[in-house]
Design a protein around this ligand. Structure first.
Ligand SMILES: Cc1cc2nc3c(=O)[nH]c(=O)nc-3n(C[C@H](O)[C@H](O)[C@H](O)COP(=O)(O)OP(=O)(O)OC[C@H]3O[C@@H](n4cnc5c(N)ncnc54)[C@H](O)[C@@H]3O)c2cc1C
Length: 558
Protein backbone atom coordinates (compact mmCIF):
# COMPACT_ATOMS: atom_id res chain seq x y z
CA UNK A 1 0.00 0.00 0.00
CA UNK A 2 1.22 3.47 -0.93
CA UNK A 3 0.44 6.41 1.30
CA UNK A 4 0.47 10.20 0.90
CA UNK A 5 -1.16 13.21 2.56
CA UNK A 6 -2.55 14.61 -0.68
CA UNK A 7 -3.04 12.64 -3.87
CA UNK A 8 -3.68 14.66 -7.02
CA UNK A 9 -5.25 12.77 -9.92
CA UNK A 10 -4.25 14.46 -13.18
CA UNK A 11 -1.05 16.19 -14.23
CA UNK A 12 -2.46 18.88 -16.49
CA UNK A 13 -2.23 22.51 -15.43
CA UNK A 14 -4.82 22.25 -12.66
CA UNK A 15 -3.28 19.10 -11.17
CA UNK A 16 0.30 20.32 -11.26
CA UNK A 17 -0.64 23.70 -9.79
CA UNK A 18 -2.62 21.97 -7.02
CA UNK A 19 0.23 19.56 -6.26
CA UNK A 20 2.78 22.39 -6.03
CA UNK A 21 0.54 24.34 -3.64
CA UNK A 22 -0.06 21.32 -1.41
CA UNK A 23 3.66 20.59 -1.35
CA UNK A 24 4.45 24.17 -0.44
CA UNK A 25 1.95 23.85 2.43
CA UNK A 26 4.11 21.04 3.79
CA UNK A 27 2.13 17.99 2.68
CA UNK A 28 3.58 14.72 1.38
CA UNK A 29 2.13 14.94 -2.14
CA UNK A 30 1.79 12.54 -5.03
CA UNK A 31 0.43 13.16 -8.50
CA UNK A 32 -0.90 10.46 -10.77
CA UNK A 33 -1.48 10.65 -14.51
CA UNK A 34 -2.66 8.19 -17.11
CA UNK A 35 -0.29 9.76 -19.63
CA UNK A 36 3.12 11.41 -19.40
CA UNK A 37 2.25 14.80 -17.81
CA UNK A 38 3.21 16.89 -20.84
CA UNK A 39 0.75 14.91 -22.96
CA UNK A 40 -2.18 16.21 -20.88
CA UNK A 41 -4.74 18.14 -22.91
CA UNK A 42 -3.56 21.44 -21.41
CA UNK A 43 -0.66 21.04 -23.82
CA UNK A 44 -3.01 21.78 -26.72
CA UNK A 45 -4.15 25.19 -25.46
CA UNK A 46 -3.26 27.75 -28.05
CA UNK A 47 -4.65 31.23 -27.60
CA UNK A 48 -3.77 32.45 -24.13
CA UNK A 49 -4.73 33.29 -20.56
CA UNK A 50 -6.74 36.30 -19.36
CA UNK A 51 -5.73 38.81 -16.71
CA UNK A 52 -6.59 42.44 -16.06
CA UNK A 53 -3.19 44.01 -15.29
CA UNK A 54 -3.42 47.45 -13.72
CA UNK A 55 -0.13 48.65 -15.29
CA UNK A 56 -2.02 49.05 -18.55
CA UNK A 57 -5.12 50.63 -17.07
CA UNK A 58 -7.17 47.45 -16.96
CA UNK A 59 -9.50 46.67 -14.08
CA UNK A 60 -10.39 43.24 -12.65
CA UNK A 61 -13.99 44.39 -12.28
CA UNK A 62 -14.32 44.78 -16.04
CA UNK A 63 -12.93 41.29 -16.54
CA UNK A 64 -15.32 39.97 -13.89
CA UNK A 65 -18.35 41.71 -15.42
CA UNK A 66 -17.55 40.42 -18.90
CA UNK A 67 -17.14 36.89 -17.49
CA UNK A 68 -20.52 37.18 -15.75
CA UNK A 69 -22.15 38.44 -18.96
CA UNK A 70 -20.35 35.75 -20.98
CA UNK A 71 -21.72 33.12 -18.57
CA UNK A 72 -25.26 34.34 -19.39
CA UNK A 73 -25.54 35.12 -15.67
CA UNK A 74 -25.21 31.48 -14.61
CA UNK A 75 -21.66 31.89 -13.22
CA UNK A 76 -21.31 32.31 -9.45
CA UNK A 77 -20.18 35.89 -8.99
CA UNK A 78 -18.21 35.34 -5.77
CA UNK A 79 -16.06 32.77 -7.63
CA UNK A 80 -15.74 35.01 -10.69
CA UNK A 81 -14.51 37.86 -8.47
CA UNK A 82 -11.81 35.56 -7.07
CA UNK A 83 -10.84 34.44 -10.57
CA UNK A 84 -10.42 37.92 -12.00
CA UNK A 85 -8.89 39.46 -8.87
CA UNK A 86 -6.24 36.75 -8.66
CA UNK A 87 -5.49 36.67 -12.41
CA UNK A 88 -2.71 39.28 -12.48
CA UNK A 89 -0.82 37.55 -9.67
CA UNK A 90 -1.25 34.18 -11.38
CA UNK A 91 0.12 35.38 -14.73
CA UNK A 92 3.11 37.15 -13.18
CA UNK A 93 3.82 34.06 -11.08
CA UNK A 94 3.85 31.94 -14.25
CA UNK A 95 6.23 34.42 -15.85
CA UNK A 96 8.53 34.22 -12.83
CA UNK A 97 8.44 30.43 -12.97
CA UNK A 98 9.72 30.66 -16.54
CA UNK A 99 6.82 30.95 -19.00
CA UNK A 100 8.18 33.11 -21.84
CA UNK A 101 5.07 35.13 -22.63
CA UNK A 102 5.20 36.99 -25.93
CA UNK A 103 6.08 40.67 -25.53
CA UNK A 104 5.05 43.79 -27.41
CA UNK A 105 7.42 46.25 -29.10
CA UNK A 106 7.54 48.26 -25.82
CA UNK A 107 9.04 45.24 -24.03
CA UNK A 108 5.96 44.73 -21.86
CA UNK A 109 4.03 41.46 -21.84
CA UNK A 110 1.91 41.56 -24.98
CA UNK A 111 -1.83 41.03 -25.08
CA UNK A 112 -4.35 40.09 -27.72
CA UNK A 113 -8.11 40.49 -27.75
CA UNK A 114 -10.33 37.51 -27.10
CA UNK A 115 -14.09 37.11 -27.52
CA UNK A 116 -16.70 38.68 -25.27
CA UNK A 117 -14.22 41.25 -23.91
CA UNK A 118 -13.78 44.91 -24.81
CA UNK A 119 -10.09 45.04 -23.96
CA UNK A 120 -7.05 43.09 -25.04
CA UNK A 121 -6.22 41.19 -21.83
CA UNK A 122 -5.16 37.80 -23.11
CA UNK A 123 -1.49 37.00 -22.42
CA UNK A 124 0.02 34.42 -24.74
CA UNK A 125 3.03 32.53 -25.97
CA UNK A 126 2.47 32.73 -29.76
CA UNK A 127 -0.26 30.13 -30.33
CA UNK A 128 1.23 27.48 -28.02
CA UNK A 129 0.37 29.01 -24.63
CA UNK A 130 -0.76 25.77 -22.98
CA UNK A 131 2.37 23.91 -24.01
CA UNK A 132 4.60 26.67 -22.66
CA UNK A 133 2.76 26.73 -19.33
CA UNK A 134 2.59 22.95 -18.96
CA UNK A 135 6.30 22.42 -19.57
CA UNK A 136 7.23 25.09 -17.04
CA UNK A 137 4.93 23.65 -14.37
CA UNK A 138 6.37 20.20 -15.09
CA UNK A 139 9.87 21.56 -14.46
CA UNK A 140 8.64 22.95 -11.15
CA UNK A 141 7.07 19.61 -10.31
CA UNK A 142 10.27 17.68 -11.05
CA UNK A 143 12.22 20.11 -8.91
CA UNK A 144 9.77 19.89 -6.01
CA UNK A 145 10.25 16.26 -5.01
CA UNK A 146 6.56 15.44 -5.46
CA UNK A 147 6.05 11.71 -6.13
CA UNK A 148 4.90 11.09 -9.70
CA UNK A 149 2.92 8.01 -10.74
CA UNK A 150 3.29 8.32 -14.49
CA UNK A 151 1.08 6.22 -16.79
CA UNK A 152 -1.03 4.98 -13.92
CA UNK A 153 -4.79 4.85 -14.46
CA UNK A 154 -7.25 5.46 -11.61
CA UNK A 155 -10.03 2.87 -11.72
CA UNK A 156 -11.94 3.83 -8.58
CA UNK A 157 -12.07 6.05 -5.53
CA UNK A 158 -11.76 4.44 -2.12
CA UNK A 159 -14.87 5.41 -0.17
CA UNK A 160 -15.33 4.54 3.52
CA UNK A 161 -17.93 6.00 5.88
CA UNK A 162 -18.88 8.56 3.24
CA UNK A 163 -15.30 9.86 3.04
CA UNK A 164 -12.81 9.61 0.22
CA UNK A 165 -9.63 7.92 1.47
CA UNK A 166 -7.62 7.33 -1.69
CA UNK A 167 -7.78 5.54 -5.01
CA UNK A 168 -7.20 2.20 -6.65
CA UNK A 169 -5.00 2.59 -9.70
CA UNK A 170 -3.63 0.42 -12.46
CA UNK A 171 0.03 0.66 -13.35
CA UNK A 172 -0.41 0.50 -17.13
CA UNK A 173 3.03 -0.93 -17.83
CA UNK A 174 2.59 -3.96 -15.56
CA UNK A 175 -1.19 -4.27 -15.23
CA UNK A 176 -0.79 -4.28 -11.46
CA UNK A 177 -3.54 -2.74 -9.30
CA UNK A 178 -2.40 -0.71 -6.30
CA UNK A 179 -4.11 0.94 -3.38
CA UNK A 180 -2.92 4.50 -2.81
CA UNK A 181 -4.34 6.03 0.34
CA UNK A 182 -4.50 9.67 1.34
CA UNK A 183 -6.86 11.68 3.54
CA UNK A 184 -7.39 14.11 0.64
CA UNK A 185 -7.76 13.40 -3.08
CA UNK A 186 -7.84 16.18 -5.68
CA UNK A 187 -9.44 15.29 -9.00
CA UNK A 188 -7.85 17.32 -11.81
CA UNK A 189 -8.71 14.96 -14.63
CA UNK A 190 -9.79 17.51 -17.24
CA UNK A 191 -12.94 17.60 -19.34
CA UNK A 192 -14.97 14.98 -21.17
CA UNK A 193 -14.82 16.28 -24.75
CA UNK A 194 -14.47 12.88 -26.35
CA UNK A 195 -18.05 12.02 -25.42
CA UNK A 196 -18.62 13.95 -28.64
CA UNK A 197 -17.38 13.03 -32.07
CA UNK A 198 -15.69 15.07 -33.41
CA UNK A 199 -14.17 17.22 -30.67
CA UNK A 200 -11.19 19.54 -30.37
CA UNK A 201 -10.11 17.54 -27.33
CA UNK A 202 -7.36 14.92 -27.14
CA UNK A 203 -8.43 11.27 -27.28
CA UNK A 204 -7.65 10.89 -23.58
CA UNK A 205 -10.22 13.52 -22.49
CA UNK A 206 -12.87 11.08 -21.32
CA UNK A 207 -14.46 12.52 -18.17
CA UNK A 208 -12.89 9.95 -15.80
CA UNK A 209 -12.87 12.23 -12.74
CA UNK A 210 -16.43 13.43 -13.32
CA UNK A 211 -17.65 9.83 -13.45
CA UNK A 212 -15.60 8.83 -10.38
CA UNK A 213 -16.94 11.72 -8.30
CA UNK A 214 -20.51 11.12 -9.50
CA UNK A 215 -20.27 7.48 -8.49
CA UNK A 216 -18.91 8.48 -5.08
CA UNK A 217 -21.99 10.64 -4.47
CA UNK A 218 -20.62 14.09 -5.37
CA UNK A 219 -23.08 15.92 -7.62
CA UNK A 220 -22.10 17.20 -11.05
CA UNK A 221 -23.35 20.68 -11.99
CA UNK A 222 -24.57 22.39 -15.19
CA UNK A 223 -23.60 19.42 -17.33
CA UNK A 224 -25.84 20.61 -20.18
CA UNK A 225 -23.44 23.51 -20.73
CA UNK A 226 -21.23 22.13 -23.48
CA UNK A 227 -19.22 24.70 -25.43
CA UNK A 228 -19.03 24.53 -29.22
CA UNK A 229 -16.04 26.54 -30.43
CA UNK A 230 -16.76 28.63 -33.53
CA UNK A 231 -13.65 27.64 -35.49
CA UNK A 232 -12.85 23.95 -35.93
CA UNK A 233 -11.88 21.97 -39.01
CA UNK A 234 -14.68 19.94 -40.57
CA UNK A 235 -12.58 16.87 -41.36
CA UNK A 236 -11.35 16.10 -37.85
CA UNK A 237 -12.57 18.74 -35.39
CA UNK A 238 -9.09 20.25 -34.89
CA UNK A 239 -9.17 23.66 -33.26
CA UNK A 240 -8.24 26.89 -35.00
CA UNK A 241 -7.61 29.23 -32.08
CA UNK A 242 -9.85 32.21 -31.29
CA UNK A 243 -6.62 34.22 -31.49
CA UNK A 244 -7.14 34.09 -35.29
CA UNK A 245 -10.15 36.36 -34.78
CA UNK A 246 -8.44 38.13 -31.88
CA UNK A 247 -5.69 39.19 -34.28
CA UNK A 248 -8.37 40.52 -36.65
CA UNK A 249 -9.62 37.55 -38.71
CA UNK A 250 -13.02 37.73 -40.49
CA UNK A 251 -15.81 35.19 -40.75
CA UNK A 252 -17.44 35.06 -44.18
CA UNK A 253 -20.46 33.18 -45.47
CA UNK A 254 -20.78 31.55 -48.88
CA UNK A 255 -21.70 34.90 -50.45
CA UNK A 256 -18.51 36.48 -49.10
CA UNK A 257 -20.40 38.58 -46.49
CA UNK A 258 -19.03 39.32 -42.99
CA UNK A 259 -22.21 37.92 -41.50
CA UNK A 260 -21.37 38.67 -37.84
CA UNK A 261 -22.36 42.33 -38.52
CA UNK A 262 -25.93 41.06 -38.46
CA UNK A 263 -25.79 39.07 -35.21
CA UNK A 264 -23.37 41.08 -33.05
CA UNK A 265 -23.10 44.56 -34.59
CA UNK A 266 -20.68 45.86 -31.99
CA UNK A 267 -18.27 42.98 -31.28
CA UNK A 268 -18.78 41.05 -34.53
CA UNK A 269 -16.34 38.09 -34.77
CA UNK A 270 -15.32 38.70 -31.16
CA UNK A 271 -18.75 38.21 -29.62
CA UNK A 272 -18.89 35.38 -27.07
CA UNK A 273 -18.43 31.85 -28.38
CA UNK A 274 -22.03 30.70 -27.97
CA UNK A 275 -23.22 33.69 -30.00
CA UNK A 276 -20.67 33.22 -32.80
CA UNK A 277 -21.31 29.46 -33.03
CA UNK A 278 -25.07 30.00 -33.27
CA UNK A 279 -24.59 32.68 -35.93
CA UNK A 280 -22.41 30.37 -38.02
CA UNK A 281 -24.83 27.49 -37.64
CA UNK A 282 -27.73 29.75 -38.66
CA UNK A 283 -25.87 30.80 -41.83
CA UNK A 284 -25.15 27.15 -42.61
CA UNK A 285 -28.72 25.97 -41.84
CA UNK A 286 -30.24 28.75 -43.95
CA UNK A 287 -28.19 27.83 -46.99
CA UNK A 288 -25.49 30.50 -46.87
CA UNK A 289 -22.67 28.16 -45.91
CA UNK A 290 -20.02 26.42 -47.99
CA UNK A 291 -20.40 22.63 -47.81
CA UNK A 292 -21.57 22.67 -44.19
CA UNK A 293 -19.01 25.31 -43.16
CA UNK A 294 -18.37 29.05 -43.21
CA UNK A 295 -15.03 30.67 -44.00
CA UNK A 296 -12.31 32.11 -41.78
CA UNK A 297 -10.36 34.75 -43.69
CA UNK A 298 -6.97 35.93 -42.38
CA UNK A 299 -5.41 37.10 -45.63
CA UNK A 300 -5.56 40.81 -44.68
CA UNK A 301 -3.43 40.17 -41.54
CA UNK A 302 -0.43 39.61 -43.78
CA UNK A 303 2.26 36.96 -43.78
CA UNK A 304 4.30 38.51 -40.96
CA UNK A 305 1.50 38.29 -38.34
CA UNK A 306 0.39 34.86 -39.53
CA UNK A 307 3.86 33.36 -39.50
CA UNK A 308 4.85 34.72 -36.10
CA UNK A 309 1.70 34.96 -33.98
CA UNK A 310 -0.36 32.22 -35.62
CA UNK A 311 2.37 29.90 -36.85
CA UNK A 312 0.89 26.73 -35.39
CA UNK A 313 -2.58 27.09 -36.93
CA UNK A 314 -0.98 28.06 -40.24
CA UNK A 315 0.84 24.74 -40.09
CA UNK A 316 -2.43 22.94 -39.28
CA UNK A 317 -4.12 24.57 -42.30
CA UNK A 318 -1.21 23.60 -44.55
CA UNK A 319 -1.06 20.02 -43.26
CA UNK A 320 -4.77 19.22 -43.34
CA UNK A 321 -6.13 21.48 -46.09
CA UNK A 322 -3.04 22.33 -48.12
CA UNK A 323 -3.94 26.01 -47.65
CA UNK A 324 -1.69 28.82 -46.40
CA UNK A 325 -3.70 31.23 -44.25
CA UNK A 326 -1.96 34.12 -45.97
CA UNK A 327 -3.28 33.02 -49.35
CA UNK A 328 -6.86 31.78 -48.95
CA UNK A 329 -9.72 31.54 -46.43
CA UNK A 330 -10.31 28.16 -44.79
CA UNK A 331 -13.61 26.36 -44.16
CA UNK A 332 -14.48 26.05 -40.46
CA UNK A 333 -17.54 25.22 -38.38
CA UNK A 334 -18.61 25.02 -34.73
CA UNK A 335 -17.23 21.98 -32.91
CA UNK A 336 -17.38 20.52 -29.40
CA UNK A 337 -14.64 22.11 -27.33
CA UNK A 338 -15.14 22.53 -23.58
CA UNK A 339 -17.28 21.55 -20.58
CA UNK A 340 -18.53 24.44 -18.49
CA UNK A 341 -20.17 21.90 -16.18
CA UNK A 342 -18.37 19.46 -13.93
CA UNK A 343 -17.96 18.31 -10.34
CA UNK A 344 -19.61 20.87 -8.11
CA UNK A 345 -17.04 22.49 -5.80
CA UNK A 346 -16.85 25.49 -3.50
CA UNK A 347 -14.25 28.22 -4.07
CA UNK A 348 -11.65 26.06 -2.26
CA UNK A 349 -12.16 23.11 -4.58
CA UNK A 350 -14.07 21.05 -1.99
CA UNK A 351 -16.77 18.76 -3.38
CA UNK A 352 -19.68 17.63 -1.25
CA UNK A 353 -17.81 14.40 -0.40
CA UNK A 354 -15.43 14.89 2.54
CA UNK A 355 -11.80 14.38 1.49
CA UNK A 356 -12.60 14.84 -2.21
CA UNK A 357 -11.52 17.99 -4.05
CA UNK A 358 -11.63 18.97 -7.72
CA UNK A 359 -10.05 21.64 -9.92
CA UNK A 360 -9.67 22.56 -13.58
CA UNK A 361 -12.00 21.56 -16.36
CA UNK A 362 -13.34 18.59 -14.40
CA UNK A 363 -14.68 20.95 -11.73
CA UNK A 364 -17.55 23.44 -11.79
CA UNK A 365 -16.82 26.24 -9.31
CA UNK A 366 -18.71 27.85 -11.25
CA UNK A 367 -16.83 30.61 -13.06
CA UNK A 368 -17.99 29.84 -16.61
CA UNK A 369 -21.72 29.38 -16.06
CA UNK A 370 -23.51 28.78 -19.34
CA UNK A 371 -20.67 29.95 -21.60
CA UNK A 372 -16.94 30.30 -20.97
CA UNK A 373 -14.97 33.23 -22.35
CA UNK A 374 -11.91 32.21 -24.35
CA UNK A 375 -8.69 32.23 -22.27
CA UNK A 376 -10.56 31.99 -18.95
CA UNK A 377 -9.99 28.25 -18.66
CA UNK A 378 -6.21 28.31 -18.36
CA UNK A 379 -6.75 30.97 -15.72
CA UNK A 380 -9.30 28.78 -13.93
CA UNK A 381 -6.79 25.88 -13.81
CA UNK A 382 -4.03 27.85 -12.10
CA UNK A 383 -6.20 29.99 -9.78
CA UNK A 384 -8.47 27.22 -8.52
CA UNK A 385 -5.81 24.51 -8.83
CA UNK A 386 -3.73 26.43 -6.33
CA UNK A 387 -6.67 26.94 -3.99
CA UNK A 388 -7.59 23.24 -4.12
CA UNK A 389 -3.97 22.36 -3.30
CA UNK A 390 -3.97 24.66 -0.27
CA UNK A 391 -7.33 23.45 1.02
CA UNK A 392 -6.62 19.75 0.52
CA UNK A 393 -3.29 20.03 2.35
CA UNK A 394 -5.00 21.75 5.30
CA UNK A 395 -7.72 19.10 5.34
CA UNK A 396 -5.19 16.25 5.27
CA UNK A 397 -3.23 17.79 8.12
CA UNK A 398 -6.33 18.12 10.26
CA UNK A 399 -7.69 14.63 9.53
CA UNK A 400 -4.52 12.52 9.48
CA UNK A 401 -4.25 8.97 8.12
CA UNK A 402 -6.62 6.05 8.61
CA UNK A 403 -6.02 2.41 7.80
CA UNK A 404 -7.75 1.32 4.64
CA UNK A 405 -8.61 -2.28 3.80
CA UNK A 406 -6.74 -3.97 0.91
CA UNK A 407 -10.15 -5.48 0.00
CA UNK A 408 -10.68 -2.48 -2.29
CA UNK A 409 -7.98 -3.84 -4.58
CA UNK A 410 -9.49 -7.32 -4.61
CA UNK A 411 -12.86 -5.84 -5.63
CA UNK A 412 -11.28 -3.97 -8.53
CA UNK A 413 -9.33 -7.06 -9.59
CA UNK A 414 -12.58 -9.01 -9.74
CA UNK A 415 -14.30 -6.25 -11.74
CA UNK A 416 -11.50 -6.12 -14.29
CA UNK A 417 -11.39 -9.89 -14.56
CA UNK A 418 -15.12 -9.71 -15.33
CA UNK A 419 -14.55 -7.20 -18.16
CA UNK A 420 -11.76 -9.33 -19.66
CA UNK A 421 -13.96 -12.44 -19.54
CA UNK A 422 -16.77 -10.87 -21.61
CA UNK A 423 -17.39 -11.83 -25.23
CA UNK A 424 -15.84 -9.87 -28.09
CA UNK A 425 -18.16 -11.20 -30.80
CA UNK A 426 -19.51 -8.52 -33.10
CA UNK A 427 -19.86 -5.51 -30.84
CA UNK A 428 -16.85 -3.49 -29.72
CA UNK A 429 -15.82 -0.65 -27.44
CA UNK A 430 -14.82 1.43 -30.50
CA UNK A 431 -18.22 0.99 -32.14
CA UNK A 432 -20.12 1.99 -29.00
CA UNK A 433 -17.82 4.99 -28.48
CA UNK A 434 -18.42 6.22 -32.03
CA UNK A 435 -22.19 5.81 -31.80
CA UNK A 436 -22.19 7.73 -28.50
CA UNK A 437 -20.12 10.54 -30.02
CA UNK A 438 -22.36 10.85 -33.04
CA UNK A 439 -25.66 10.82 -31.18
CA UNK A 440 -24.38 13.52 -28.79
CA UNK A 441 -23.05 15.69 -31.62
CA UNK A 442 -26.26 15.30 -33.61
CA UNK A 443 -28.63 16.07 -30.74
CA UNK A 444 -27.03 18.00 -27.87
CA UNK A 445 -24.97 20.53 -29.78
CA UNK A 446 -25.29 24.16 -30.92
CA UNK A 447 -29.08 24.03 -31.28
CA UNK A 448 -31.20 21.55 -29.33
CA UNK A 449 -34.81 20.43 -29.05
CA UNK A 450 -36.76 18.11 -26.78
CA UNK A 451 -37.15 15.27 -29.26
CA UNK A 452 -33.46 15.16 -30.18
CA UNK A 453 -32.30 15.31 -26.58
CA UNK A 454 -34.66 12.45 -25.70
CA UNK A 455 -33.28 10.45 -28.59
CA UNK A 456 -29.76 10.98 -27.26
CA UNK A 457 -30.87 9.96 -23.78
CA UNK A 458 -32.50 6.73 -24.99
CA UNK A 459 -29.53 5.88 -27.21
CA UNK A 460 -27.07 6.38 -24.34
CA UNK A 461 -29.14 4.03 -22.17
CA UNK A 462 -29.06 1.36 -24.89
CA UNK A 463 -25.34 1.86 -25.39
CA UNK A 464 -24.81 1.35 -21.65
CA UNK A 465 -26.57 -2.01 -21.89
CA UNK A 466 -24.38 -3.00 -24.83
CA UNK A 467 -21.30 -1.76 -23.00
CA UNK A 468 -22.07 -3.99 -20.01
CA UNK A 469 -21.80 -7.02 -22.31
CA UNK A 470 -18.78 -6.13 -24.43
CA UNK A 471 -15.26 -7.36 -23.69
CA UNK A 472 -11.76 -6.52 -24.92
CA UNK A 473 -9.62 -8.50 -27.33
CA UNK A 474 -6.37 -8.27 -25.37
CA UNK A 475 -6.52 -10.41 -22.22
CA UNK A 476 -2.96 -9.63 -21.14
CA UNK A 477 -1.63 -7.41 -18.38
CA UNK A 478 1.21 -5.42 -19.97
CA UNK A 479 0.10 -2.14 -21.61
CA UNK A 480 -3.45 -3.37 -22.09
CA UNK A 481 -4.74 -0.25 -23.83
CA UNK A 482 -7.89 -2.11 -24.88
CA UNK A 483 -8.79 -2.44 -21.21
CA UNK A 484 -8.10 1.27 -20.61
CA UNK A 485 -10.34 2.23 -23.57
CA UNK A 486 -13.08 0.06 -22.13
CA UNK A 487 -12.83 1.64 -18.66
CA UNK A 488 -12.82 5.10 -20.25
CA UNK A 489 -15.93 4.30 -22.25
CA UNK A 490 -17.69 3.33 -19.02
CA UNK A 491 -16.84 6.74 -17.58
CA UNK A 492 -17.97 8.53 -20.74
CA UNK A 493 -21.35 6.81 -20.90
CA UNK A 494 -22.10 7.77 -17.27
CA UNK A 495 -21.17 11.38 -17.96
CA UNK A 496 -23.10 11.48 -21.27
CA UNK A 497 -26.21 10.46 -19.38
CA UNK A 498 -25.81 13.42 -17.01
CA UNK A 499 -25.43 15.82 -19.97
CA UNK A 500 -28.70 14.57 -21.47
CA UNK A 501 -30.46 14.73 -18.10
CA UNK A 502 -29.33 18.32 -17.46
CA UNK A 503 -30.23 19.39 -20.98
CA UNK A 504 -33.73 17.95 -20.76
CA UNK A 505 -34.33 19.50 -17.34
CA UNK A 506 -33.37 23.03 -18.39
CA UNK A 507 -36.51 24.25 -20.14
CA UNK A 508 -35.14 27.55 -21.45
CA UNK A 509 -32.27 28.83 -23.61
CA UNK A 510 -29.19 30.16 -21.83
CA UNK A 511 -25.62 30.42 -23.09
CA UNK A 512 -24.53 27.23 -24.80
CA UNK A 513 -27.90 25.61 -24.12
CA UNK A 514 -29.93 26.97 -27.06
CA UNK A 515 -33.28 25.25 -27.51
CA UNK A 516 -35.17 25.94 -30.70
CA UNK A 517 -38.36 24.86 -28.94
CA UNK A 518 -37.77 27.25 -25.99
CA UNK A 519 -35.70 30.09 -27.44
CA UNK A 520 -35.90 32.55 -24.52
CA UNK A 521 -33.89 32.82 -21.31
CA UNK A 522 -36.25 32.33 -18.36
CA UNK A 523 -34.71 34.02 -15.31
CA UNK A 524 -37.89 33.63 -13.27
CA UNK A 525 -37.64 29.84 -13.37
CA UNK A 526 -34.13 28.87 -14.45
CA UNK A 527 -31.62 31.35 -13.08
CA UNK A 528 -30.22 28.39 -11.12
CA UNK A 529 -27.68 25.60 -11.38
CA UNK A 530 -28.72 22.07 -12.30
CA UNK A 531 -27.13 19.52 -9.93
CA UNK A 532 -27.06 15.90 -11.09
CA UNK A 533 -26.95 13.08 -8.53
CA UNK A 534 -26.50 9.43 -9.33
CA UNK A 535 -29.27 7.03 -8.28
CA UNK A 536 -29.97 3.36 -9.02
CA UNK A 537 -32.59 4.37 -11.60
CA UNK A 538 -30.41 6.98 -13.32
CA UNK A 539 -29.55 10.68 -12.89
CA UNK A 540 -31.64 12.80 -10.51
CA UNK A 541 -31.73 16.59 -10.94
CA UNK A 542 -31.82 19.11 -8.14
CA UNK A 543 -31.41 22.90 -8.33
CA UNK A 544 -29.17 25.40 -6.60
CA UNK A 545 -29.41 29.21 -6.62
CA UNK A 546 -26.76 31.23 -8.47
CA UNK A 547 -24.58 33.41 -6.20
CA UNK A 548 -24.96 37.08 -7.16
CA UNK A 549 -22.77 39.86 -5.79
CA UNK A 550 -22.91 42.96 -7.94
CA UNK A 551 -24.33 42.18 -11.36
CA UNK A 552 -28.03 41.65 -12.00
CA UNK A 553 -29.09 39.80 -15.16
CA UNK A 554 -29.54 41.95 -18.24
CA UNK A 555 -30.32 41.28 -21.85
CA UNK A 556 -27.13 40.01 -23.45
CA UNK A 557 -26.09 41.87 -26.60
CA UNK A 558 -22.67 42.04 -28.22
C1 LIG B 1 -7.30 22.39 -28.44
C2 LIG B 1 -7.59 23.18 -27.19
C3 LIG B 1 -7.17 24.51 -27.07
C4 LIG B 1 -7.45 25.24 -25.93
N1 LIG B 1 -7.00 26.54 -25.84
C5 LIG B 1 -7.24 27.25 -24.71
C6 LIG B 1 -6.73 28.57 -24.55
O1 LIG B 1 -6.04 29.11 -25.40
N2 LIG B 1 -7.02 29.24 -23.41
C7 LIG B 1 -7.76 28.69 -22.41
O2 LIG B 1 -7.99 29.34 -21.40
N3 LIG B 1 -8.23 27.42 -22.53
C8 LIG B 1 -7.99 26.69 -23.64
N4 LIG B 1 -8.46 25.41 -23.74
C9 LIG B 1 -9.08 24.78 -22.57
C10 LIG B 1 -8.00 24.39 -21.57
O3 LIG B 1 -6.82 24.05 -22.24
C11 LIG B 1 -8.41 23.21 -20.71
O4 LIG B 1 -9.69 23.43 -20.16
C12 LIG B 1 -7.43 23.02 -19.57
O5 LIG B 1 -6.11 22.99 -20.05
C13 LIG B 1 -7.74 21.75 -18.79
O6 LIG B 1 -6.71 21.54 -17.86
P1 LIG B 1 -6.86 20.46 -16.72
O7 LIG B 1 -5.64 20.56 -15.91
O8 LIG B 1 -8.17 20.64 -16.05
O9 LIG B 1 -6.94 19.06 -17.48
P2 LIG B 1 -5.99 18.35 -18.55
O10 LIG B 1 -4.90 19.21 -19.04
O11 LIG B 1 -6.91 17.76 -19.56
O12 LIG B 1 -5.31 17.18 -17.71
C14 LIG B 1 -6.02 16.06 -17.24
C15 LIG B 1 -5.07 15.12 -16.54
O13 LIG B 1 -5.80 14.09 -15.90
C16 LIG B 1 -5.17 12.86 -16.11
N5 LIG B 1 -6.19 11.81 -15.99
C17 LIG B 1 -7.45 11.81 -16.50
N6 LIG B 1 -8.09 10.66 -16.17
C18 LIG B 1 -7.25 9.93 -15.43
C19 LIG B 1 -7.32 8.65 -14.79
N7 LIG B 1 -8.40 7.87 -14.88
N8 LIG B 1 -6.23 8.21 -14.11
C20 LIG B 1 -5.09 8.96 -14.03
N9 LIG B 1 -4.97 10.18 -14.62
C21 LIG B 1 -6.03 10.66 -15.30
C22 LIG B 1 -4.55 12.97 -17.47
O14 LIG B 1 -3.47 12.06 -17.61
C23 LIG B 1 -4.07 14.43 -17.44
O15 LIG B 1 -2.80 14.50 -16.85
C24 LIG B 1 -8.18 24.65 -24.88
C25 LIG B 1 -8.59 23.33 -24.98
C26 LIG B 1 -8.33 22.61 -26.13
C27 LIG B 1 -8.85 21.20 -26.21
Amino acid sequence: MLQHDVLVVGAGLAGMRAALAAKQAGANVAIISKVTPVRSHSNAAQGGINAALTDRGDDWKEHAYETVKGSDYLGDQDAIEILSQDAGRAVIELEHMGVVFSRGPDGLLGTRRFGGQQRARTFFVADITGQAMLHVLFEQLLKSGITLYEEWFVTSLVMEDGQCRGVVALEIKSGKLELITSPAVVLATGGCGRIYEPSTNGLIVTGDGMALAYKAGAPLMDMEMVQYHPTTLKQNGILITEAARGEGGYLLNGKGERFMDKYAPSMKELASRDVVSRSEQTEINEGRGVNGCVLLDLRHLGRQVIETKLAYINEVALDYLGISLAEAPIPIRPGMHYMMGGIKTDVHGATRVPGLYAAGETACVSVHGANRLGANSLLDTVVFGRRAGDASAAYAKERGHKNVSEAFVADEEARIKGILARSTDGDSVAKIRLEMGQVMNDNISVFRHEEGMKKAQTTIRRLKERYARVGVQNKGKVFNTGLIFSLELGYMLDVAETIAAGALARKESRGAHARVDMPDRDDANFLKHALVFRTESGPRIDWLPVTMTQWQPQKRVY
